[in-house]
Design a protein around this ligand. Structure first.
Ligand SMILES: Cc1cc2nc3c(=O)[nH]c(=O)nc-3n(C[C@H](O)[C@H](O)[C@H](O)COP(=O)(O)OP(=O)(O)OC[C@H]3O[C@@H](n4cnc5c(N)ncnc54)[C@H](O)[C@@H]3O)c2cc1C
Length: 404
């Protein structure tokens, strides 16, 4: 039977494109026919195009976890890649700042994780040293993380795509994958541009990962719920030199509202985390009936809401009140004035929730029949993208019998 493709990758975000690029490198000699299907007109539009642009150090993650391993390897690979490809980046370093005594034990825990994760160039510093690095920042203790940096991930993802195409790969944009039909080891991928046959499928659908798994008749054991992260723009650039982070709340997989210098020069503060009525909607008023119904009919969503009701209400309030958002930034920069920040853009994080309401914080890749599904690729998946792509390409080599 004449099959059109050997591997079809669903999703042209940074994970799908890094996977396509790594596969095209590994199988260069074999002339495999690999295609990427992306439903949007442009690549890397969703989480990849709406993130903070930080090259994460890997300090926060549980030692031994996929996030810790892939972040360390991915960061090194990303920096090498940006140098080779002449993509602008800056290893400017960051500070994680404790503002009160109660945060000190967790600050120490983060530092210890950094040591266990072999994060380079980290040290605990005192208030005077914080001021030397960030003159307007107040804190009682901090971790200086020298190996963190900034980059434009849309540019990185586009370069993976260009190299993948140069290696013989194919990308179809405006191509929504609607369903899969499996027959005799061949999968027919039903899309808005017609039907395509492939031997293997790799689904990297970001906020749609659970739905793609279900279409493949795989029970993902979780559901994605969107949490919008809203940013303000810092108008007075004197107040922040590089990256200033608070000590995060250990109950959540997010890093807390921070200050980020972007590679293009602007400085952002955020993001918060509020329930998104649309998984891929970036305005406060965006609404999608199916997304809302799927979240509100899910036990995991209600369990999470019950456990963290006070946090949820505070975040909703901070979303509508500039004064509340401003107040939360004062812990890090006490002299920040209300008129020094203005509402900015937003992104939506795909939060993977179990039916019991637990947040899955590690990366999750599942092999089923002739497919690999990336079910969960939260931050630092952009930093880790080359390592994730390699992990998936290695998994494909192992599991997809006819490739070798
Ligand atoms: C607010 C925010 C800040 C972040 N900050 C950072 C950071 O500073 N550093 C960092 O390393 N990480 C950060 N992250 C995390 C990082 O951006 C994501 O982990 C990463 O972009 C995930 O990439 P992805 O390819 O899995 O998802 P996406 O970028 O969302 O891509 C998935 C793609 O699949 C496509 N797709 C879905 N379903 C279909 C279908 N049926 N047919 C065809 N195409 C489909 C979508 O259109 C989309 O383009 C942040 C994330 C957010 C939301």
């Amino acid at each position: 039977m004449n099959v059109q493709y050997d591997i079809a990758i669903v999703g042209g975000g940074i994970v799908g494109l890094a996977t396509a690029y790594q596969l095209s490198l590994q199988y260069k000699e074999r002339n495999l026919r690999i295609v990427v299907f992306e439903k949007e007109p442009t690549l890397a539009f969703h989480q990849t195009g709406h993130n903070s642009g930080v090259i994460h150090s890997g300090i926060y993650y549980k030692p031994g976890s996929l996030r810790a391993q892939n972040c360390y390897e991915g960061r090194h690979a990303l920096v090498r890649f940006c140098k080779e490809q002449q993509i602008p980046f800056d290893i400017c370093g960051k500070v994680i700042v404790a503002s009160k005594e109660s945060e000190l034990p967790y600050l120490q825990e983060i530092y210890d994780k950094g040591i266990a994760n072999k994060t380079e160039d980290i040290e605990l510093i005192e208030p005077e040293q914080i001021r030397e690095i960030e003159p307007y920042c107040d804190g009682i203790k901090a971790i200086r993380v020298g190996c963190a940096g900034i980059v434009d991930y849309q540019q990185v993802a586009q370069r993976y795509a260009d190299l993948f195409v140069a290696n013989g790969g194919e990308i179809k944009t405006n191509c929504l994958v609607k369903d899969f039909e499996r027959k005799n080891d061949i999968t027919t991928i039903i899309t808005s541009l017609g039907n395509f046959d492939s031997r293997y499928v790799i689904a990297c659908g970001g906020a749609q990962s659970d739905r793609l798994a279900k279409k493949y008749h795989l029970d993902p054991g979780m559901r994605i719920v969107g949490f919008r992260g809203e940013y303000y723009e810092l108008l007075n650039h004197d107040k922040v030199k590089n990256l200033i982070y608070p000590v995060p709340d250990p109950n959540f997989p997010w890093l807390g509202v921070h200050f980020t210098r972007m590679i293009q020069g602007e400085i952002e503060c955020g993001p918060n985390a509020v329930f998104a009525f649309k998984r891929e909607g970036y305005e406060k008023t965006d609404f999608d009936w199916q997304d809302t119904k799927d979240a509100l009919s899910y036990s995991g969503f209600w369990q999470l809401t019950r456990k963290h009701l006070a946090f949820g209400i505070a975040e909703q309030y901070r979303s509508i009140s500039k004064a509340a958002f401003h107040k939360s930034l004062l812990h890090l920069i006490p002299s920040l004035q209300m008129d020094e920040i203005a509402p900015g853009r937003s992104g939506v994080r795909a939060l993977a929730l179990t039916p019991e309401g637990s947040m899955i914080d590690d990366f999750k890749f599942v092999h089923a029949d002739n497919a690999i599904h990336v079910l969960n690729a939260p931050s630092p998946a952009a930093t880790a993208s080359l390592a994730i792509g390699k992990t998936i390409a290695d998994m494909a080599k192992q599991k997809f019998n006819q490739l070798v």
